[in-house]
Design a protein around this ligand. Structure first.
Ligand SMILES: NC(=O)c1ccc[n+]([C@@H]2O[C@H](COP(=O)([O-])OP(=O)(O)OC[C@H]3O[C@@H](n4cnc5c(N)ncnc54)[C@H](OP(=O)(O)O)[C@@H]3O)[C@@H](O)[C@H]2O)c1
Length: 284
């Protein structure tokens, strides 16, 4: 059960969350709204229209100044980003503060069965979608803008038959770093969040033996993540509290993946060498 947030740290902010009819995206949209944001909810399947409308009603019931609108757009299509940005601007005015590139697809494919169409099916949504969404949003992004890309622990792991998915998320993290470098001068931050296995429909598409192994390898509680576990991290990155964080990937996986950066390795080396020097001095 999602915990309610008392913080109003996104009051008046305008957000777009792609793929927010259900799963992690719906949890993120709800948490941003709990913190006061006006949220554009996107979906693609006609059957998800009801889910998206239910989320709008739930957000209206918060009665905290937040609002929501919905738009249907297929992010595998080139015109989707402009459709989504136009809907956000029509509902909430000219500026946008937060973009969460969450929509993603996953399916299993063994290497020898993989086709160019499979490659396009994954990369068009998981990589080209966030690329073109970011491009469409940036002209309207009000500093300090926040762009948050939803990656996966798969970006830094290898799983049989999921190479395309892993590669797409690794590419998304590359986009994250590049955009952070390029957009920082305008006052924007760009980060990625890497969920581990999280309770959602997508989990049904991951092989059972793999998710059981992942559960055992998750130090915190040996459980799957909840959508709220992920939403809290994304909402924090969207807030002013995370203003000095950019170009990073944060693993939200209960410790399943423990990321370190070159900088932390460098600091560790410096620390060890200072320690050795101190030992040498005390031994002489
Ligand atoms: N669940 C996990 O264990 C897990 C772990 C790591 C990372 N992730 C990542 O987290 C993100 C959300 O995953 P989830 O588990 O919440 O997935 P999900 O339950 O399958 O929901 C996917 C969402 O993306 C939308 N979507 C799918 N294809 C789309 C397209 N072509 N155009 C526009 N929207 C599209 C769906 O819209 P419709 O409802 O209209 O289909 C839905 O709102 C993904 O990027 C995924 O890779 C998930």
């Amino acid at each position: 059960m999602a915990q309610s947030s008392t913080a109003n740290d996104l009051q008046g902010k305008v957000a777009i969350v792609t793929g927010s009819s259900r799963g992690i995206g719906a949890g993120i949209a709800l948490e941003l709204a709990r913190r006061g944001a006006k949220v554009t909810i996107t979906y693609t399947s006609p059957k998800s229209e009801t889910l998206a409308n239910d989320l709008v009603s739930n957000i209206a019931a918060l009665d905290n100044g937040s609002q929501a609108t919905t738009v249907q757009a297929d992010l595998s299509q080139l015109d989707a980003p402009d459709i989504i940005v136009a809907a956000a601007r029509a509902a909430f005015g000219d500026h946008i503060d937060i973009l969460v590139n969450n929509a993603g697809v996953l399916f299993e494919r063994a290497l020898q069965e993989t086709t160019a169409e499979d490659y396009a099916a994954i990369f068009d949504v998981n990589v080209r979608g966030p690329l073109l969404m970011t491009k469409a949003v940036v002209p309207h992004l009000q500093a300090p803008g926040r762009i948050i890309n939803v990656s996966s622990v798969g970006a830094r792991s290898g799983f049989p038959k999921l190479a395309l998915y892993s590669a797409s998320k690794a590419a998304l993290e590359g986009l994250t770093r590049g955009f952070a470098a390029e957009l920082g001068g305008s006052g924007h931050t760009v980060n990625a969040v890497e969920p581990g296995p999280t309770e959602s429909d997508m989990l049904n598409d991951v092989p059972e033996n793999l998710i059981e192994t992942q559960k055992k390898a998750t130090p915190v509680g040996h459980r799957f993540g909840t959508v709220d576990d992920i939403a809290q991290v994304v909402a924090w990155l969207a807030s002013g509290h995370a203003r000095w964080i950019s170009g990073q990937t944060i693993s939200a996986s209960g410790g399943y993946t423990m990321l370190y950066s070159d900088l932390s390795l460098y600091l560790l080396v410096i620390h060890v060498s200072h320690f050795q020097q101190a030992l040498n001095i005390s031994n002489t």
